[in-house]
Write a protein that binds this ligand. Structure first.
Ligand SMILES: CC(C)[C@H](C(=O)O)[C@@H](O)C(=O)O
Ligand code: SF4
Length: 473
């Protein structure tokens, strides 16, 4: 029987297999950030161990970093302690670190691909659930817990059990103004936040093949929000073109050999998936979430659902409590929901292409008077690229705030937070209660919807804007 891409990459990394025990997988790349690593390094120290492959390990500061005034000491004591601990640990164990102010600093899932560290066919782990992002390159990439971080630091291996296999096939052409973010919000709305549990999802089909690497990363990033262990996309010419010339990409004859190997990384015709989901790209519209989990999303044309019409009792209760927390009334058209904050950024949508889409909509216009917009590049490199293209000026002229790189308002671990009762349209990936600050209310949206919403102060699709010109992404 044929094998899926995920099964091939998995099998290529098994270094020990014994009946009745998990497999031991070799790990090609270990990414580290300040939140989930301090105890892992403490464990190494206590056991008198070293880091087995510092050359396959890379650390960055992202969750706790302020996006303003980055050269002053971090004010929050917990954040400061975590960042200081990472600096000490990286120095002591000989790990490369991109600290605040460094050209390579940024959100861990943005810098890996950007540096060419992330490559097809690799196993990639990080103490962070959105490690699935790297699956966009045809890597098997997943989040791990802190004790597993310690295991990988010490041995460069990880005990694993094979996952179940799911295919999400998106065929056809996305309508103008509908993007990768809408695709993945639609997938999660369809299969639910537990729909991918125990599975690795492979995204396939003509609509996926047509996506840029940035857009593929957006999709794989949110695999975890569907409950999946990982998500991946077979590498192709788009992947190779993205990687060519990046600092850590192979060069010369090594590049040719790598591309030859990467080209073999596809799912066999006769491979069998445990589950298959099909989506018609042409039927998709901009999606927004109305609730407090990423599966509670609907096309922007819809209205806030009435929990009374939901048959499943658990889902009905979840919808009731979501509406209470979100301060929403059943039947309200989604387009009539006012927001006070728009956040463009995160490892889901903080890459250069996301910024370009938003800037194209904001150019020559002004953010609504009662709305603030934060634009936070996912990395210093994204920031520099955007500035070279003049996007920073477009955002600032439109009245948006142009910030330094980091996780920022994606989660309340740094100064960028919503106040209780504030409501955001956010390009991030989680809308859990309190995610962007205690009492804050989050609507997940695409970069295009974020920009259109910033202009009107209420949830808006780009096509709703008076002078809407169709945009392709
Ligand atoms: C802080 C970290 C452990 C967490 C994660 O694992 O995803 C964070 O990145 C998030 O997005 O919630
Ligand atoms: S940007 Fe958000 S989702 Fe991504 S790693 Fe940071 S906190 Fe997690």
């Amino acid at each position: 029987m044929g094998r899926t891409l995920a099964q091939k990459v998995y099998e290529q990394h098994v270094v020990r297999r014994t009946a009745g025990e998990p497999d031991l997988l070799y790990i090609d790349l270990h990414l580290v950030h300040e939140v989930t690593s301090p105890q892992a390094f403490d464990g190494l120290r206590a056991a008198g161990r070293t880091v087995r492959r510092p050359d396959l390990t890379m650390a960055t500061e992202d969750h706790n970093v302020p996006t303003l005034d980055i050269l002053s000491p971090i004010a929050d004591p917990i954040s400061r302690a975590q960042v200081d601990a990472l600096r000490r640990n990286a120095a002591e164990f000989g790990i490369r670190l991109a600290p605040m102010g460094d050209r390579d600093q940024g959100i861990v899932h943005v810098i890996g691909p950007q540096l060419g560290l992330t490559q097809p066919g690799m196993t990639i782990v990080c103490g962070d659930s959105h490690t699935s992002t790297h699956g966009a390159f045809g890597a098997l990439a997943f989040g791990i817990g802190t004790s597993e971080v310690e295991h990988v630091l010490a041995t460069q291996t990880l005990p694993q059990l094979p996952a179940k296999q799911m295919a999400v096939t998106v065929d056809g052409e996305l309508p103008p103004g509908v993007s990768a973010k809408d695709v993945i919000l639609a997938v999660i709305a369809q299969i639910g936040t537990g729909g991918g549990q125990g599975h690795v999802i492979e995204y396939r089909g003509s609509a996926i093949r047509a996506l840029s690497m940035e857009a593929r990363m957006t999709i794989c990033n949110m695999s975890i929000e569907a409950g999946a262990r990982a998500g991946l996309i077979a590498p192709d010419q788009t992947t190779f073109d993205f990687l060519a010339g990046r600092p850590h990409a192979p060069q010369g004859a090594d590049w040719d050999a790598a591309v030859a190997h990467w080209s073999t990384l596809t799912t066999d015709e006769d491979a069998v998936f445990d589950h298959e989901v099909r989506i018609d790209a042409a039927s998709l519209t901009p999606y927004v979430t109305w609730g407090t989990n990423p599966g509670q999303g609907l096309p922007i044309d819809a209205a806030v659902p009435d929990p009374a019409t939901i048959a499943d009792e658990n889902e009905r209760r979840a919808a009731e409590s979501a509406l209470a927390y979100m301060g929403l009334t059943a039947g309200t058209p989604l387009r009539e929901i006012d927001v006070d904050t728009v956040f463009l950024g995160s490892c889901t949508n903080g890459r250069i292409e996301d910024l370009r889409v938003a800037a194209a909509l904001l150019k020559g216009k002004h953010v609504d008077a009662n709305t603030r917009m934060l634009v936070v590049p996912g990395s210093v490199q994204v920031k520099l690229q955007a500035e070279a293209e003049g996007l920073d000026q477009v955002f600032m002229d439109a009245g948006a705030e142009w910030r330094g790189a980091g996780c920022s308002m994606c989660l309340g671990m740094n100064p960028d937070q919503l106040k209780p009762g504030e409501r955001s349209a956010s390009t991030s990936n989680r809308n859990f209660q309190g995610r962007q600050g205690k009492g804050g209310r989050t609507h997940l949206v695409s970069p295009a919807v974020a920009a259109a919403t910033a202009l009107t102060g209420r949830l808006t699709a780009p096509a709703d804007l008076p002078d809407a010109t169709p945009i392709g992404v």
